[in-house]
Write a protein that binds this ligand. Structure first.
Ligand SMILES: Nc1ncnc2c1ncn2[C@@H]1O[C@H](COP(=O)(O)OP(=O)(O)O)[C@@H](O)[C@H]1O
Ligand SMILES: [Mg+2]
Length: 194
């Protein structure tokens, strides 16, 4: 059992001292969307880097969790996967590689829609494999990508895609096939801004 867990089953240690997972989920589902809306309306983007992703995670989750904005210190495996997400000892090196590519490619500004779809699918699969936080990776990464897309001139609207389809595509990408994720981003999510 990691230090992130209370003695109760599968509930993240939280600032409110909640021990009932359903109550915690209910409160999380109320607070996080409010913080996410704040991020969309007023996040002060300086650079599309790892620090920005951590800040987004902090804003989303700091009402609830001490671990908000902090890189996880436990290795994690998900679902039926036989390989874990990035080992904690490699997270810093990996984030430098991923954001290095993003920044070197001018944060994907100036691409046409088709090219951008491929790049954002790649980035989202890399960030998911990095999985830098103990929880909340999906939500923080999606908010980061919405802001990145806006900066590059595209509107990214995840409400247009089925949640299960997106997760299935994430899983496939994690196993090495990014095509479903490209499909998801291409058909359901991106609209060229005026
Ligand atoms: N079996 C899996 N293999 C790879 N990625 C997965 C798997 N299951 C879920 N995911 C990814 O992990 C994300 C959920 O991570 P998590 O840290 O729990 O974020 P959140 O709490 O915001 O949902 C999903 O959005 C999906 O992208
Ligand atoms: Mg989660």
């Amino acid at each position: 059992m990691s230090e992130y867990f209370t003695s109760h089953d599968d509930i993240l240690e939280n600032k409110l001292g909640i021990t009932d997972p359903q109550v915690l989920k209910q409160i999380e589902d109320e607070i996080v969307p409010v913080r996410t809306a704040e991020i969309y309306s007023s996040f002060p983007v300086k650079a599309f880097d790892f620090d920005m992703l951590r800040k987004i995670h902090f804003i989303m989750f700091s009402d609830l969790y001490q671990m908000a904005g902090q890189v996880r210190n436990v290795d994690m495996v998900r679902g039926d996967n036989r390989i874990p997400f990035c080992f904690t000892q490699n997270i810093d090196q990996e984030q430098r590689r991923i954001f290095g590519i993003l920044n070197q490619e001018n944060d994907f500004v100036g691409l046409d829609r088709e090219a951008f779809v491929k790049k954002i699918a790649w980035l989202s699969s890399e960030l998911n494999a990095l999985h830098p936080f103990r929880d909340g990776n999906g939500r923080a990464i999606r908010a980061f990508l919405v802001l990145l897309a806006a900066h590059a001139g595209f509107e990214l609207d995840y409400s247009k895609v089925d949640k299960d389809e997106l997760i299935e595509a994430d899983v496939r990408a994690f196993l090495g096939d990014v095509s479903s994720l490209e499909e998801v981003y291409s058909q359901s999510i991106l609209i060229q801004k005026q």
